[in-house]
Write a protein that binds this ligand. Structure first.
Ligand code: GLP
Length: 240
């Protein structure tokens, strides 16, 4: 894995946006694998700035998001669909019909996951996948477990993730306890991966990921199987 350690969150965001912009310039009809959470917000802001400056064009781009809470409606301001609209899609010239997020309203979530897996392989694989990392080393919503899922699947969220994400909801009881998420295999199918981490709370997970071992208690460590992964983090996240 290649690592880039930045002084500030702004520097990290600019670095990630430069890498994504480079993919978009080389291949205007590219597929961007996108992530939610607080970490990539700065990267999306920088992509919006580049778009307004005429540097990048989203008109031919397709996007596939990693995950979505379940059940949740796209109108819920904590849904990942809503997040993507507000933080990126509403501000660039992407065709919303070509932006995909797993369906948090599906009557049959397993069927929705199978359909999403098929969709990602049909439109994809992603030319670049953006990832954040959970404090417990999760990627997407692939939580630490004795066995990790390969394909898109329904998952239960760990108490630690529910507590970490409660800051965005009115109360901890409002955090959905399930999610639909790309599996480790879906994520690894991307041609290029960048994983972003800032702050000391991520330092242990980042250290474990960089040990170079495949440890299912740190799902991000599975990225060691991929030949083109860049870790972009600040000094605090690299602290351990
Ligand atoms: C969430 C998301 C992940 C994200 C992670 C970290 O639960 N499912 O895709 O990377 O947790 O979030 P944050 O960037 O807010 O720390």
């Amino acid at each position: 894995m290649k690592t880039i350690v930045c002084k500030t969150y702004e520097e990290m965001s600019a670095c990630a946006a430069d890498i994504i912009a480079d993919v978009m310039k080389k291949k205007p009809a590219c597929v961007l694998g996108l992530a939610t959470g607080s970490t990539p917000v700065g990267t999306y802001k920088e992509l919006i700035r580049k778009h307004r400056a005429g540097e990048i064009d989203f008109s031919a781009v397709t996007t596939v998001n990693l995950d979505e809470y379940y059940p949740i409606s796209p109108e819920n301001d904590q849904s990942y669909r809503y997040f993507m609209n507000v933080n990126l899609f509403d501000h660039v010239n992407v065709d919303k019909a070509k932006t995909y997020v797993p369906d948090g309203t599906a009557a049959d979530p397993d069927e929705a996951c199978a359909a999403y897996e098929a969709l990602v392989s049909k439109v994809g694989p992603a030319d670049i996948q953006v990832l954040g990392i959970g404090q417990n080393g999760h990627i997407g919503f692939n939580e630490p477990d004795s066995a990790l899922e390969v394909a898109t699947h329904v998952t239960g969220l760990t108490d630690s993730t529910i507590r970490a994400n409660a800051r965005f909801f009115a109360s901890v009881e409002d955090v959905p306890t399930k999610a639909l998420t790309m599996g480790i295999g879906t994520i690894l199918s991307a041609k290029k991966i960048i994983i972003l981490a800032n702050g000391a709370a991520k330092a242990a997970a980042v250290a474990k990921m960089l040990e170079g071992k495949l440890d299912t208690s740190c799902p991000a460590s599975m990225l060691n199987l991929h030949a083109d992964v860049t870790v972009i983090c600040d000094e605090a996240a690299m602290g351990q």
